[in-house]
Design a protein around this ligand. Sequence first.
Ligand code: SUG
Length: 432
Amino acid sequence: MNDAGKKAAGNKDRAMLREINFDGIVGPSHNYAGLSLGNLAATRHAGDIAFPREAALQGIAKMRHNMRLGLAQGFFVPLPRPNPGFLADMSVGAEDDFDPALTAMAWSASAMWTANAATVSPAPDTADGRCHLTVANLVTMPHRSIEWPDTLRQLRTAFADSAHFAVHGPVPPTFGDEGAANHMRMGPAHDEPGVEIFIYGRPGGRFPARQHEQAFRAIARRHGLDPARCIFAEQAPAAIEAGAFHNDVVAVANEQVLFCHEQAFADRDALFAAIRDKLPAAQIVEVPASAVSLEDAISSYLFNAQLVTLPEGVQALIVPTEAWENRPVRAFLDAMIQGNGPIRKVLPVDVRQSMANGGGPACLRLRMVADPAAVDPRFMLDEDKAALLERVISSHWPERIASAELGSEALADRVRDARAALCSALELKELG
Ligand code: SUG
């Protein structure tokens, strides 16, 4: 089918489109190794004991919470860990050739933060009327750079229906790409053409700027986006310096609403003007630094929230409990919901185990806009499957992992068996 034909078919299917959040199930090797420079929570918690079972159950509870709001929910399974290919490539083993830092990289459960799995352009935005995904190369952090081949395999399984989806490999590794964590989409409704906003960083600061502008420009071209509906804007260097290693730590958007910190962007006036030009109905809820400092925003993860449209039509902000408990943030949120703005509800969720590694509610999910019936049903969640996941996790996930245990063959066997049990329960043996 040519592009025009596909576009027409896509338009016909548009009525079936809805937002689906795909959360990463926290893997059985979840640990705190302090691998991410510039991610203050992860650095602060380096060496702490991690609780993989509790972490994964917190993740399932969040998914259940969101499903019960009437939202469509999917999930991705953890990647094979310890990553055998990486250890072999680096010639790292368990004896004389043991290297704790490289071993920790091979064991990282960081693929749980699926906001970094890919950049997603929904069907109404693309030239061929299909939903396009580009897997993120994540090259800035070594432990994350090894995710994409297995993530790509999983995306190509979940979104195998080529009438609806096009799943691309990564952009060349010269250009760092961290996926949807730096990408926002605004529009009148999820199923209508939107404005895609790509936020990149410039190197030179104290911490790495993980997202390259050219990576996003390449993605916009390969997804077939209309240049008139794309915005490329720089993240504020001060935000990266303060620990906002991804844009989704200082901003989140949903339909017409952008919720962001005053110091999120290098040139906020230019960005806001561009958004209003392309989407006159845009509503920007900006949190002034005088109400919530950048430091409080980053430590509480106020903006690493899921901003969602509930079935009754109002927008709700699903925040981590840390935000709800932070005094200035709470004061701002209380005033916001008493006011007359577009965000009508604030709903806290407990994902503390992930938060301690710098991953809030928004990091844990990849947002798609798709017809749920076009997705491989094995990746869609309902109450029964959530109970199944809970049973597998409760009986197979290690209760606790200390950093010093990484590299233990007995623990590696346990982690591999846990993942195998999950893939088998979900009939996803081809990912095993
Ligand atoms: O890439 N943490 C992740 C957190 C990713 C959060 N994602 C979004 N903001 N969308 C990271 O820094 C910590 C791993 C460790 O230190 O063991 C880690 O990778």
